[in-house]
Design a protein around this ligand. Structure first.
Ligand code: PLP
Length: 369
């Protein structure tokens, strides 16, 4: 399964579906007693929803969350019987799409509730949906007063079937953040309003907290091997990114490399070039200057720093210390101990953004499927 033939691509992205499955099983063990769902929004955090969905289902996942209706339809095409929730609420006017493909909206506003209830009345059927209640994120979800109002006649009087009651953490990745405890309390309160409706609160970080477990956990980023809590090591890496050197050139001490001439060689140096750039999602902010260390790569087993800015389609690497690095040698940009979180840190961002930026021009290879 690959979009671009190997000999036409600048780099190879290897996705280890075996690691993805083991990460799912680790999270399912962590949340034992509750069901463990899988969040596969944003093309399964960049790794490819058509490959990730069936692998996660094979590992035992029965419930999935996506952000957009378009993603839900892609997932339904490969998973005919999974429960699929659409986190971002109701899309478009044609609510029949949810019914036709057995997709469950996550209703996160009064307007969502009214429109979906009207659709259920029109079709004379209580279609299943989740109710999203805001407990402190202030992004999507009914506020507590709106939730109380909705609950007033009791869950059985709703025009739709409340299949799930959920809320989302703002800071569960920062251990001990006081907002997390407040959200746990508020969610327990809200659950009291909807007796008999299953609850879901935990994202990846929440999977580590028994008070956040409820009936269904919703891990995302931990499945894909990125850091999910500041004080925990990530699970197994799922992606690696390798590219052949396309050229190696000699520069003199004082010569500059790349756009803006922001990096200059402090010694006679050898500069290796790979066909990967910010257009491939390798973030431009991971580049180096003489004052900023930036990201690194492994060349012939040696750790080498990037040299200068990341261009749209190319990266320069200082391979001076990497033996006789030559065109065709493999450069590892992610893998062999370089995690997505390391690239993220060099770029001033988080592993989520590195993963979801993974490019479309790579030769993608799926292993362990
Ligand atoms: C993205 C998302 C998740 C998964 O979060 P991770 O931090 O990636 O585990 C869970 N629930 C909701 C509502 C989300 O938007």
């Amino acid at each position: 399964m690959s979009d671009v033939p190997a000999d036409e691509a600048g780099a190879r992205l290897t996705v280890d579906l075996g690691a993805l499955k083991r990460n799912y099983q680790a999270l399912a063990a962590m949340t034992a007693g509750a069901e463990c769902a899988a969040v596969v929004k944003a093309d399964a955090y960049g790794i490819g929803i058509e490959a990730a969905g069936p692998a996660l289902a094979a590992a035992g996942a029965r419930t999935f969350f996506v952000a957009h209706l378009s993603e839900a339809r892609r997932l339904r095409a490969v998973l005919p019987s999974a429960a699929i929730y659409v986190l971002n609420g109701l899309f478009g006017e044609a609510l029949a799409t949810y019914a036709d493909h057995q997709l469950r909206p996550v209703l996160g506003s009064r307007d969502d509730i009214e429109r979906f209830s009207a659709f259920c009345s029109q079709t004379a059927r209580r279609w299943p949906a989740a109710i999203h209640v805001d407990t402190g994120m202030n992004r999507l979800g009914l506020d507590l007063a709106e939730a109380a109002l909705l609950a007033e006649p009791g869950p059985h009087a709703l025009a739709f079937e409340p299949a799930l009651l959920m809320s989302h953490f703002a800071c569960a990745d920062e251990p001990g953040h006081p907002l997390t405890a407040r959200q746990v309390d508020r969610f327990a309160q809200v659950r009291g309003l909807f007796p008999g409706v299953p609850g879901s609160l935990a994202n990846s970080a929440g999977c580590t907290m028994s008070a956040a477990r409820h009936d269904l956990a919703r891990p995302g980023v931990a499945l894909y091997g990125a850091r999910y809590r500041a004080d925990r090591a990530p699970l197994e890496p799922v992606v690696r990114l390798d590219a052949p050197l396309v050229q190696v050139r000699e520069v003199r001490a004082g010569d500059t490399v790349g756009y803006g001439a922001t990096w200059s060689a402090s010694r006679p140096s050898r500069i290796g070039i790979v066909s990967v750039g910010y257009a491939d999602g390798y973030l431009r902010s991971a580049g180096t200057t003489n004052h900023q260390a930036g990201a690194y790569a492994r060349v012939n087993g040696v750790t080498c720093r990037l040299a200068g800015r990341v261009s749209m389609d190319l990266i320069a690497i200082d391979v001076t210390d990497a033996g006789q690095a030559a065109p065709g040698d493999t450069v590892t940009l992610i893998g062999d101990g370089i995690g997505v979180d390391d690239v993220a840190e060099a770029a001033g961002t988080i592993g989520y953004e590195v993963l979801t930026s993974l490019g479309r021009r790579y030769n993608r290879r799926y292993t362990g499927g």
